[in-house]
Ligand binder design. Structure first.
Ligand code: SF4
Ligand code: SF4
Length: 124
């Protein structure tokens, strides 16, 4: 799955229609604190450069104000894209538990939802 497809599966937003007009960056109230612009983040999603995005502070600085999505001529909800990127980053950094390494006695008492939640983390 490409990065753009993964972002779409989490956010519902298709970034492939972005034509880099720059309106999102121009309208962002916290652009001054970002090391790369929202427009650049969208472009990096299009070309699958997740590590470049994670090297930046942009998706953390985003304050979820929705201004950019209100202005985007392509109706891309950039706010949701930023949230999807945060989710991908956070899930990636979770420790992954191998079920085969859990002692059988502990498996008997662990709540099943704890295991299910852990497996979900590995799908990001
Ligand atoms: S406003 Fe929309 S079309 Fe323009 S650069 Fe941002 S995401 Fe792309
Ligand atoms: S939602 Fe985030 S990226 Fe969009 S304008 Fe607001 S702070 Fe900037």
């Amino acid at each position: 799955m490409s990065l753009a497809e993964k972002v779409k599966s989490i956010s519902g937003e298709d970034v492939t229609s972005c034509y880099q007009c720059g309106m999102c960056s121009a309208s962002c109230p916290v652009r001054f604190a970002m090391d790369i612009s929202p427009t650049q983040v969208i472009r990096l999603v299009q070309i699958g450069k997740i590590e470049k995005i994670f090297e930046s502070n942009t998706f953390w600085i985003c304050s979820t104000c929705f201004t950019c999505q209100a202005r985007c001529p392509r109706n891309i909800n950039i706010t949701r894209v930023m949230e999807a990127l945060r989710q991908i980053k956070l899930r990636r950094e979770q420790d992954v538990i191998s079920i085969n390494e859990i002692p059988k006695e502990e498996l008997k008492i662990l709540p099943p939802i704890a295991l299910v939640s852990n497996f979900r983390k590995t799908t990001a």
